[in-house]
Ligand binder design. Sequence first.
Ligand SMILES: C[S@@+](CC[C@H](N)C(=O)[O-])C[C@H]1O[C@@H](n2cnc3c(N)ncnc32)[C@H](O)[C@@H]1O
Length: 438
Amino acid sequence: MFYPKTPFLSNSLLEAEILKVNSAAVSQLLEWLCRTPRVTTYRVNRLRTNVETHKAQLEEHLARRYPCGQQAPRIYGLADLPEVLCIAPLEAELALSVPDPTLKEVIVDTSCGAALLRGAHIYAPGVLAMESNTQLQECVNVYADLAGKCKRGMTTRYENSEKVYVGVGKVLMQRYQLYNDKDEAPTGIAVEMQSNVSGVPSLGDLSSADALLQNLPSIVCVRVLDPQPGERILDMCAAPGNKTTHIAELMGDQGCVVALDNSASRVRGMLGKLGNNYRSIQAHVFDSTKAVAASSDSSCPSAPPFPCASFDRILLDAPCSGLGNRPQLLCNIKQAKILKSYPNIQRRLLAQAVQLLRPGGILVYSTCTVTEAECESIVAWALRKYPELRLLDATPRYGGPGLPLPDLETAQSKLLQRFGPGNDLDTVGFFIAKFQKD
Ligand SMILES: C[S@@+](CC[C@H](N)C(=O)[O-])C[C@H]1O[C@@H](n2cnc3c(N)ncnc32)[C@H](O)[C@@H]1O
């Protein structure tokens, strides 16, 4: 079975940009990025429910999904992260990694294919092609179109040696429902996945107000920030708000969490999800590169821009190349200049964060990427430029240390937390640095 070994279709120019100093590690990293992290994690909102109750509800759901002696996946917690529930992968389903040649085929694009490998179902807009005469409830082989050559709505089988087999699904919508209505885009689940080759249980997204499907490093990141009740905290790049709500939950919803994002549509989406559930969160559409007020008026306004030293803790979960998202069957960044553009905005945001932090305050810088330039190099730059910053140990520790760089002492890179290949936990790629302002 064909499976990619790099998300860049061997675009060596881009591959060379990822790890310039630690270039010997790049091929292992690329192959790891293509593979699926096999554990599913939910963060329970302990303002609304307790973890044991939610675990019991999840177990009931799994017992319905895997009836009649089928082994339901195990649900377990993690030490130091009491809000987390993990769902283990299904070893038995790996046996299904060879497609049944008697089944018809459905084709999806590579980002949909990646979501399916992590347990999603296929929504109607995601079905690129379905062979004609496919019936409701029929089981189909699902493939991701790596070459990008499948024509939308094609009726015959899509023959291409680089299509990636993803798993088996059950058809819930037929071709006429998917492709015939030119005026209204179809909605809803079109193919319900039964199993996939990664072994991640195909459960769809079971997020609710009580628990959120969230990658483990994102949860660890807010634990590293360590928000306390009553504090004033800034989340500089907040939408869709997954870390913002975690901050508010750890503060017992007491204090103030200012959530900024420069995308109006993403802030609208975040406000919709927040509803009236969190008193402590105030969200604003705002460009955080301009978050420091020009005047030195010391009063603390409720809306940005803010005076210097206004916040006890700041999370800068920076816009980044997103290369840590796994599995990546095909990266959508095609040009080195795009990859190289991120450190500039990251440095500008960090410069604002340093000013907005009170002396003694805590700043966490994080990215969901794996490039040296957006991770360790930003830390080295910040330590050079702002002598008032010192690195603290980014604990609790679930990832490995940062990568070595010539301008970062070994003791400093050990304080960083990088989620990459070789860690005990198989997660998405992520990076966390924790600073204190002296
Ligand atoms: C990595 S995402 C944040 C994810 C979010 N922290 C979470 O966990 O749900 C980065 C966000 O930065 C926002 N962003 C990009 N440039 C920005 C800027 N200059 N000011 C504020 N937000 C910005 C993007 O709109 C995007 O929502």
